[in-house]
Ligand binder design. Structure first.
Ligand code: ADP
Length: 550
C-alpha cells in the first residue's frame, strides 16, 4: 500500500510539473508573440511613412537586423525586397497576408519553415498608392524554444522529481503509519482516521462473530472429545485420504500405543495390510467389517464411509473388544460338547444294563448289582443335571437378593449335612473361627461351602481331617477349607476351576463328582465380589481360601 501511495503521489507530482511547464511555456510564447506582433506593426507603420515619403531609395538605404521588408505592387509583383533586392520575381499576390492587405487594407499570416523549427510572421499593409508593404520577422517555434530550454527544464524536472519522491515517500509513510499501528484485536479502541471508523466497527462485529463461532466449535469439539473419551469402543475418524482427524483414547490404546496419531496416515498408525484392505473396501462400497487379534484381545473393526452431499469425505472406524464374547462363545461350545459327553456316559450304562435285564441275560443273583448300577448312574445323572442347572443360573447373571448371612452358621450346617458321608470315609470335619455375618446370598454361600467340604472329604484318606475356619480380617471375611487329602498336582491347580476339569477322572467319577463343583464355587465367589486362592501339595493336602469383601 505504501508503494502504491508513493507512486500515486509521484505520478501526480510529475503530471502537475509537466503540465505546468507546458502551460507556462505556452502562455509565455503567446505573450511574446503578441509583443512581437505589436513591434512589427509599429515598424511597418514607420517604413510605410518612409516609402511614401522617399520611395525606393528609402528601402535601398534602410538597414534592418532581423526584419525584412517587401514592397509589392497591386498585381502582386515584388517591387523591392530588403533581402533579395529587385531580383525576386515571384508574384506575391496569392500570399495570404498580401491578398488580405490588397482586399481589406492589412493582413497577417505566419508560416513555419520546413523543419518546423522556425516561424515567420508576416504583416502587410496597403499604402495609399495601392501597393502593399510587407514586413516579416522569423523567430524560433515553441518546439525549438523547448529544445533550447531542454537542459534547464531537465534540471528543474530532476530536482522537482527528487523533491516529490522524498515528499511522496514521507507522505505515504505518514498515511500508512496509523494503519499499520491499528490494533485489530480491539478495533474500537483505535484513535485513527475517522474515514476507517465504519471499517473498524465492521471488523469488531466480525471478530465478535468469529469468537462466538469459535467458542461454539470449541464447545462442540470438547463435547465430542468428552463423549469419545469415555467410550469403551475405539473410534477413529479419517479424511478421504485416510489421514487421522480424530481418535479417542480407546482406539489410541489399541492402534497407536502412545504415539500421536492425529495427522498421520491411519495405515502407518495401525500397520496392518488387512485393515488397509478393509478400509479401502469401505471407501468403495460404503461399509467394511473384519475381526482382528491384537495383543491377545479380539477386536471387531467396522468401517463406514462418511458422505456429504453424495461425496465421500472420509471414514469412521468403530472398534469393539469382543474377546469376552468370543471366549464365551468358545466356552459355550466346549460346555455343550462336554455336557453331551457327560450325559451320554451314564445313559449308555443305564441303557446297557436295562437291555441285559430285558433280554433275560442277567442271572437272578446278579440282578441287584445291575439294578444298583442303574440307580447309581441315574443318581449321577441327577447330580449332573442339578449342577448344570446351578451353573446356568449363575451364568445368567441373575440378580440374587442379598441378606445378612452368618458364614460360620452356614459352615456348621453344611458340615452337619456331610457328617455321615465324612464318617463313612473316616474323615473328621471341624468348623472353627468367628461368628461372622456377611452380606451375601445364602443359597450360594451354602453351595460354596458344600462343594468345598464335599471335595475335601472326597479327595481325602481314611483318618484324614477337614478344617473349616471363618476369620475376620479388617475389611474382609476369610473362609478357609483345608484338608489332609491327596492334594492337587501343581500343574492342575490353575485349571481345577474350569468346567468338567478333573485331575483324576476315574476317582472323581467313583466318588460321584461331576467336574462342575469348583466352577460353581468360583462363579458364586465372583457373585460376592470375592477372590479364591488354592494351595495344594500332593499327598499332603489342599487349602482353599476365599476372601469376601465386607
Ligand atoms: P468333581 O466333581 O470332580 O469333584 P470339582 O470341580 O469339584 O469336580 O473339582 C475338580 C477337580 O479338582 C476334581 O476332579 C479333583 O481332581 C480336584 N479337587 C477338587 N478339590 C480337591 C481337594 N480338596 N483335594 C484334591 N483334589 C481336589
Amino acid at each position: 500500500m505504501t508503494r502504491k501511495i508513493f507512486y500515486s503521489i509521484l505520478s501526480v507530482a510529475a503530471a502537475v510539473l509537466l503540465s505546468c511547464i507546458v502551460i507556462i511555456m505556452g502562455v509565455l510564447y503567446n505573450y511574446f508573440e503578441e509583443v512581437r506582433a505589436g513591434g512589427l506593426k509599429a515598424e511597418l507603420e514607420f517604413a510605410i511613412a518612409g516609402v511614401e515619403d522617399s520611395g525606393m531609395p528609402y528601402l535601398e538605404k534602410i538597414h534592418l537586423d532581423r526584419c525584412r521588408l517587401t514592397w509589392i505592387a497591386a498585381d502582386g509583383a515584388v517591387l523591392y525586397d530588403t533581402l533579395a533586392g529587385t531580383e525576386n520575381t515571384e508574384n506575391h499576390g496569392e500570399r495570404a497576408e498580401v491578398k488580405s492587405a490588397l482586399e481589406t487594407g492589412e493582413g497577417w499570416s505566419s508560416r513555419y519553415s520546413d523543419t518546423l523549427l522556425e516561424k515567420t510572421m508576416y504583416y502587410a499593409k496597403r499604402m495609399e498608392d495601392g501597393t502593399v508593404l510587407r514586413i516579416s520577422v522569423s523567430s524560433a517555434t515553441v518546439g525549438l524554444l523547448a529544445l533550447g530550454m531542454l537542459q534547464p527544464i531537465l534540471i528543474v524536472a530532476v530536482v522537482a522529481f527528487i523533491l516529490s519522491a522524498l515528499f511522496a515517500y514521507r507522505l505515504s509513510k505518514r498515511i500508512v503509519g496509523p494503519l499499520n499501528r491499528l490494533d485489530l484485536d480491539h478495533p474500537l479502541e483505535n484513535d485513527t482516521y475517522e474515514e476507517i471508523a465504519p471499517l473498524l466497527s465492521r471488523i469488531h462485529r466480525q471478530r465478535r462473530e468469529i469468537e462466538r463461532q469459535f467458542d461454539e466449535l470449541q464447545k462442540r469439539a470438547d463435547e465430542f472429545s468428552q463423549i469419545t473419551a469415555s467410550m469403551k469402543e475405539g473410534l477413529v475418524l479419517t479424511d478421504r485420504q485416510g489421514t487421522v482427524i480424530a481418535v479417542n483414547p480407546a482406539a489410541d490404546a489399541i492402534f497407536a500405543q502412545k504415539q500421536d496419531s492425529v495427522g498421520k496416515d491411519f495405515l502407518t498408525v495401525c500397520r496392518d495390510r488387512e485393515v488397509g484392505m478393509c478400509m479401502k473396501t469401505a471407501m468403495e462400497s460404503g461399509h467394511g467389517e473384519m475381526q482382528q487379534t491384537r495383543a491377545g484381545r479380539v477386536y471387531q473393526l467396522t468401517f463406514s464411509r462418511i458422505e456429504s452431499e453424495g461425496v465421500s469425505i472420509g471414514a469412521v472406524l468403530l472398534v469393539f473388544d469382543i474377546t469376552e464374547k468370543v471366549l464365551a462363545e468358545q466356552a459355550r461350545r466346549e460346555f455343550t460338547a462336554n455336557v453331551s459327553h457327560e450325559l451320554k456316559t451314564p445313559l449308555q450304562g443305564i441303557l446297557g444294563s436295562a437291555e441285559l435285564i430285558e433280554n433275560g441275560m442277567v442271572k437272578e443273583e446278579d440282578l441287584p448289582r445291575f439294578i444298583g448300577h442303574i440307580r447309581k448312574e441315574a443318581a449321577r445323572l441327577v447330580t449332573l443335571v442339578e449342577d448344570i442347572i446351578r451353573l446356568s443360573q449363575l451364568d445368567e447373571n441373575t440378580e440374587f437378593t442379598k441378606e445378612s448371612v452368618n458364614l460360620y452358621a452356614v459352615a456348621e450346617e453344611v458340615a452337619d449335612s456331610l457328617h455321615d458321608i465324612a464318617k463313612s470315609s473316616g474323615v473328621e470335619v471341624r468348623v472353627s473361627g468367628v461368628q461372622q455375618e456377611i452380606a451375601g446370598v445364602r443359597k450360594l454361600l451354602h453351595e460354596i461351602l458344600y462343594n468345598l467340604i464335599d471335595n475335601a472329604v472326597k479327595y481325602n484318606r481314611s483318618g484324614g481331617m477337614v478344617d473349616v475356619t471363618v476369620a475376620d480380617a479388617d475389611d474382609k471375611v476369610i473362609l478357609t477349607v483345608s484338608d489332609t487329602g491327596i492334594g492337587i498336582p501343581a500343574e492342575h491347580i490353575d485349571r481345577v476351576c474350569e468346567r468338567f476339569y478333573r485331575v483324576d477322572k476315574s476317582h472323581s467319577k467313583e466318588t460321584g463328582g461331576t467336574g462342575l463343583g469348583l466352577s460353581i464355587v468360583k462363579h458364586a465367589v465372583v457373585c460376592h465380589k470375592g477372590t479364591i486362592y488354592i494351595q495344594s501339595e500332593v499327598n499332603k493336602g489342599t487349602k482353599i481360601r476365599i476372601e469376601f469383601p465386607k
